[in-house]
Design a protein around this ligand. Structure first.
Ligand SMILES: Nc1ncnc2c1ncn2[C@@H]1O[C@H](COP(=O)(O)OP(=O)(O)O)[C@@H](O)[C@H]1O
Ligand SMILES: [Mg+2]
Length: 212
């Protein structure tokens, strides 16, 4: 039985050890649990104030035992959303670009073993042109600080969100299992906090929207 409320922080944790432990905690969740938990978390995403107006939405292809955002395609069928997935192998080095899922025909595998649509550069969308980005993570804390996979790709690609006045678009929402929650994560200068994190059990807001 998994106690998903148990805090996973220990004082001596370094980020690499933390990522490894969080990956094991995630992998210990049965497949059926992960599918159902992903759907529950996505239903919470749909209920955030940002979802109804969001048209261009970034998703990701789940790697290993990550929460699966692709269920969103079924949950929102026919509602006019345009879904995109990140690609590494194009654009500026170290930055993500987003490819429209519906246009994906040919796929290739990137250097991390993750599939990416192979599409002409003209069809790719820059991060700043998305409305909402469902963001993968290794761990998070209730203040919506994010521990990524260690490559800094999302931090680099969404660094503009940390700028003066804080850009309102796109919103970034982490998709996670409760088992990935840590008491508190230290944030580096370059870390970009999420607007919210949704799990099977709760919605955590960086700044709670008024009236929510
Ligand atoms: N905006 C940025 N510009 C340049 N390098 C960055 C930026 N954001 C992150 N990085 C680099 O990415 C590396 C990994 O970032 P980190 O936050 O540790 O990983 P992750 O966010 O994947 O958990 C950092 O050591 C940093 O050098
Ligand atoms: Mg980071």
């Amino acid at each position: 039985m998994i106690d998903s409320n148990a805090p996973l922080n220990t004082p001596s944790d370094d980020p690499a050890a933390q990522r490894a432990r969080l990956r094991r905690a995630r992998a210990a969740l049965p497949r059926a649990y992960r599918d159902e938990a992903s759907r529950l978390a996505l239903q919470r995403l749909i209920r955030t104030p940002w979802f109804p107006a969001a048209r261009h939405i970034g998703l990701y292809l789940p790697f290993g035992a990550e929460a699966d955002p692709l269920h969103l395609c079924d949950l929102t069928r026919g509602v006019g959303k345009v879904f995109h997935v990140p690609i590494l192998s194009s654009g500026i080095s170290g930055q993500l670009m987003f490819a429209p899922l519906a246009r994906a025909g040919c796929w290739r595998t990137n250097r991390f073993g993750i599939a990416e649509p192979r599409l002409p550069a003209g069809l790719l969308r820059r991060p700043i042109r998305l409305d909402l980005v469902v963001t993968p993570l290794a761990g998070f804390d209730p203040a919506c600080n994010r521990l990524g996979m260690g490559g800094g790709f999302y931090d680099r690609s969404f660094a503009f969100r940390n700028g003066r006045g804080r850009w309102r678009r796109p919103r970034q929402v982490g998709l996670a299992f409760e088992a990935q929650k840590l008491d508190r994560l230290p944030a580096a200068d370059w870390d970009v906090p999420l607007d919210a994190v949704v799990t099977e059990r709760a919605t955590y807001f960086h700044d709670r929207p008024t009236g929510y």
